[in-house]
Design a protein around this ligand. Structure first.
Ligand code: GLU
Length: 430
C-alpha cells in the first residue's frame, strides 16, 4: 500500500515546487482525493481559487519619487466560512505563490476545525529596505485597494512573513476610515491595545511546541531527553525554540539568514533572544555557539527538526541526508513534494505545515471571536483553548494516517477534505 501511494504521488507531482507552488498543492490534493475517493466535482471546485485580485500601489517614497508596488489577494475558498489568511511582504511574492498559500489556508483552517475558508495576500517588496513611513503608506495603499475584498464576515487578513502587528494596525485604521465604522475583527494579529488577542504573537510557535510534544509522545520519547534543531529565528522559530526549551527539550541549533549556530550541550534560548533584541533582530555574530551553515543545521542528528523559515528548504538531496526522527513544519511549504516519499521511506514523521503551524490562525480565530463579543480572555484562557484544539487536530490527522495507511501530510489533507467536501456538498452546485 505504501509503495502504491508513493507511486501515485510521484506520478501526479511531475511539476516541481519551484516550477509552480500551486501545482505542488494540487498534486498533494490529488493524492488525498484519490485515497478517499473524493467526488471529482469537489476536487474540481477546489482546483480553482474563487477570487484573485492584483493591484498596483503607487507610493510616495521618502526621496519624493513615486514607486509602484504589486499587491495581491487570493481568496481560495469560502465554503466553510469567510476566507482567512495572512499578508506577506517579500520580494518573491507572485500570483502563483499567493495562490498556493491561499489554498494551504483553506486546508489549514479545515484541519484546525475553524469556521473559515482560505485566502492569502502579499506585496512584492523588501520591507527591510523601506523606511517606517514608506511601509505605512504602502500598507494603507494596500488596505484602500482591497477595501471591497476584506470584510469582518468576508475576508479577514493577518500577519505573515515580513509583516507584524504594526502593519495590521495601519491596515485596520485605513479600512475603518474608509468604512466609517470601527470593525476590529476585519483583521487579526493586531496590537493587543487595538483589539489584538493575548497569546496571538507567540501562537504559531506555541502550535509548533504542542505538535512536537504530541509527536514525541507517539514515539515514546521523553521531551526532557529530546534534542531539536530550529531553522529560522523570526516570529515562528524564536517563539518555538523558547517554548520547546521551556518543555525541557535541548535546542542544539538555531539559525536565521546570517547562518546556523550550534552547541551540542544546548543553546540558551533566552540568551539568544536577548542577543537579537540588541542586534537588530538578527543572530549575526552570536558568540555563544559554533557557526554552521543552514544546510548543516537541516542535516544534524537530533530528534526534532523544525524548519520555521522559508518555503522549499528540504529538497530531495537534503531529505536523503536528514537525520532527525520528526520534522515539524513551522514554515509554510518547507518540504519539496519530491522529498516527501524520501522522508517517508526513511521512517521520519513529518508533521505538515497545515497542521504544525496552524496555531497562528487558531489564535487569530480566537481574536476574531473576542472582537465580535467585545470581551477579552486572559492569556491562560487563550493558550488553554489553543492547546486543546491543536491536540484534537493532531489526533485526527494521526488517526487518518493510520486509517488510510499514508503519511501525515496526506492524512492532513484527508482530514481537511472530509470537512470541506461536506461544506461544498451542503451548499450545493449550480
Ligand atoms: N499567516 C499565518 C498563516 O500562514 C496566519 C494566518 C492568520 O492568522 O489568518 O497561518
Amino acid at each position: 500500500m505504501q509503495k502504491i501511494l508513493i507511486h501515485i504521488f510521484m506520478s501526479t507531482s511531475t511539476q516541481t515546487a519551484h516550477e509552480s507552488m500551486y501545482e505542488a498543492v494540487l498534486a498533494r490534493l490529488n493524492v488525498a482525493a484519490q485515497l478517499i475517493n473524493l467526488p471529482e466535482t469537489v476536487t474540481k471546485v477546489l482546483r480553482y481559487p474563487q477570487k484573485e485580485v492584483k493591484v498596483s500601489l503607487p507610493v510616495m517614497m521618502d526621496d519624493g519619487k513615486v514607486q509602484v508596488f504589486e499587491g495581491y489577494r487570493v481568496v481560495h475558498s469560502t465554503h466553510l466560512g469567510p476566507s482567512k489568511g495572512g499578508i506577506r511582504y517579500a520580494m518573491d511574492v507572485n500570483d502563483d505563490e499567493v495562490r498556493a498559500l491561499a489554498a494551504w489556508m483553506t486546508f489549514k483552517c479545515a484541519v484546525a476545525d475553524l469556521p473559515y475558508g482560505g485566502a492569502k495576500g502579499g506585496i512584492k517588496c523588501d520591507p527591510r529596505k523601506l523606511s517606517e513611513g514608506e511601509l505605512e503608506r504602502l500598507s494603507r495603499a494596500y488596505a484602500k485597494a482591497m477595501k471591497d475584498v476584506f470584510g469582518v464576515n468576508k475576508d479577514i487578513p493577518a500577519p505573515d512573513m515580513g509583516t507584524s502587528a504594526r502593519e495590521m494596525a495601519w491596515i485596520l485604521d485605513e479600512y475603518n476610515k474608509i468604512t466609517g465604522e470601527d470593525s476590529p475583527g476585519v483583521i487579526t494579529g493586531k496590537p493587543v491595545g487595538l483589539g489584538g488577542s493575548l497569546g496571538r504573537e507567540a501562537a504559531t510557535g506555541r502550535g509548533v511546541m504542542v505538535n512536537t510534544l504530541q509527536a514525541l509522545s507517539k514515539l515514546n520519547i521523553n521531551p526532557k531527553q529530546a534534542t531539536a534543531a530550529v531553522q529560522g529565528f523570526g516570529n515562528v522559530g524564536s517563539h518555538a525554540a523558547r517554548l520547546l526549551a521551556e518543555q525541557g527539550i535541548k535546542i542544539i541549533a538555531i539559525s536565521d539568514a546570517s547562518g546556523g549556530y550550534y552547541d551540542e550541550k544546548g543553546i540558551d534560548i533566552k540568551d539568544a533572544l536577548n542577543y537579537i533584541a540588541k542586534n537588530n533582530r538578527i543572530l549575526e555574530g552570536y558568540p555563544n555557539a559554533t557557526k554552521i551553515t543552514n544546510e548543516e543545521l537541516l542535516t544534524l542528528k537530533c530528534d526534532v527538526l523544525v524548519p520555521a523559515a522559508l518555503q522549499n528548504v528540504i529538497s530531495p538531496s537534503i531529505a536523503e541526508n536528514v537525520k532527525c526522527k520528526i520534522i515539524i513544519e513551522g514554515a509554510n511549504g518547507p518540504t519539496y513534494p519530491e522529498a516527501d516519499p524520501i522522508l517517508n521511506e526513511k521512517g521520519i514523521i513529518v508533521v505538515p505545515d497545515i497542521l504544525a503551524n496552524s496555531g497562528g490562525v487558531t489564535v487569530s480565530y480566537f481574536e476574531w471571536v473576542q472582537n465580535k463579543m467585545g470581551y477579552y480572555w486572559t492569556e491562560e484562557e487563550v493558550n488553554q483553548k489553543h492547546d486543546e484544539k491543536m491536540k484534537v487536530a493532531f489526533e485526527k490527522v494521526w488517526t487518518n494516517a493510520k486509517k488510510y495507511n499514508t503519511y501525515m501530510r496526506i492524512a492532513a489533507y484527508i482530514t481537511a477534505l472530509e470537512k470541506i467536501q461536506l461544506g461544498i456538498k451542503m451548499k450545493g452546485f449550480f
